[in-house]
Design a protein around this ligand. Structure first.
Ligand code: 3PG
Length: 213
């Protein structure tokens, strides 16, 4: 069991570990460990593995053994996703949105959730339940940094991890906002580099991302 407030407190700490959380899609289980090692070596310890491929849960299990990493599960949609993620060893969960069933499951299964919100009303509903560390999704399509800045004016007590369309070019527009702790993005784990096993390239991208402000 974890309360909403404690979940947000823990996720704030996790989000503060690095400016960028890589949003990862693992197609081949063999990639999981070298990928996690490259990202951690590059200075990105917080890893979000999306539950979008058949090997995702095994990837979370394998990556959780990598020293220095904090591995979470992304794309949590149902209570079954929550149970599976927790059992695989996920330290936190991420969802594009939030439902009562999902929030109930995360709280019952002691999985700190970073729930998604794209509007003031969605953010306020989560805040009323005790969540004040949220994912802003889909960030660019929802108005980008100007929208998040506007939401922050009346709701400064809520912090965000914007994700969706974040890039090295626009990351600063988000990271410089007072209501942003970190941002999520998939550019640090390009499919081509993964398939080529080019872990050096991924470490280099991680290093650059770890210096973003
Ligand atoms: C996702 O869920 O795929 C994330 O929003 C990643 O978005 P990005 O590919 O635009 O970084």
């Amino acid at each position: 069991m974890i309360t909403a407030r404690e979940a947000s407190r823990r996720n704030r700490e996790i989000c503060a570990l690095a400016p960028i959380i890589p949003v990862i899609v693992v197609d081949e289980l063999d990639h999981a460990v070298p990928l996690a090692k490259a990202l951690v070596a590059g200075g990105l310890p917080v890893l979000e593995v999306t539950l979008r491929t058949p090997v995702a849960l095994d990837a979370i299990r394998a990556m959780s053994e990598v020293d220095g990493g904090v591995v979470g599960a992304g794309t949590l949609v149902t209570p079954d996703d929550v149970r599976a993620a927790k059992e695989a060893g996920a330290k936190f969960g991420v969802s594009p949105g939030a439902t009562d069933a999902l929030l109930d499951a995360c709280e019952a299964d002691d999985l700190p959730l970073l729930p998604g919100a794209a509007t003031a009303s969605e953010a306020m509903r989560l805040l009323a339940r005790g969540y004040d560390m949220l994912k802003f999704f889909p960030a660019e399509a929802s108005g980008g940094a100007p929208a998040l800045k506007s939401i922050g004016a009346p709701l400064p007590q809520i912090s965000f991890c914007p994700t969706g369309g974040v890039s090295p070019e626009n990351a600063h527009s988000y990271l410089s906002l007072p209501n942003v702790v970190c941002a999520g993005g998939s550019w640090v784990v390009p499919k081509a580099a993964m398939q080529a096993g080019d872990w050096g390239e991924i470490e280099r991208l991680a290093k650059d991302a770890s210096r973003l402000k």
